[in-house]
Ligand binder design. Structure first.
Ligand SMILES: [Zn+2]
Length: 65
């Protein structure tokens, strides 16, 4: 089964690929970094009231892996 890397659209094998669905460690790291950066873009006044739910969301994401 071939999948397209979400980062660079290069076709890579899904099976046996430790970086799936990415083509490489570089693409995976770059995408996760971008994702983490998005998470930090919370307005300051909202961040305080949403702090608990924010961390709960992070924990849920990790447990799904
Ligand atoms: Zn890639």
């Amino acid at each position: 089964m071939m999948v397209k890397c979400p980062r660079c659209a290069k076709e890579v094998s899904y099976g046996g690929n430790p970086y799936r669905p990415f083509c490489s460690d570089r693409c995976k790291t770059a995408d996760l970094a971008a994702w983490a950066d998005e998470q930090y873009k919370i307005p300051e006044d909202k961040a305080k009231s949403d702090e608990i739910s924010y961390y709960n969301n992070i924990n849920q994401e990790e447990s799904e892996c």
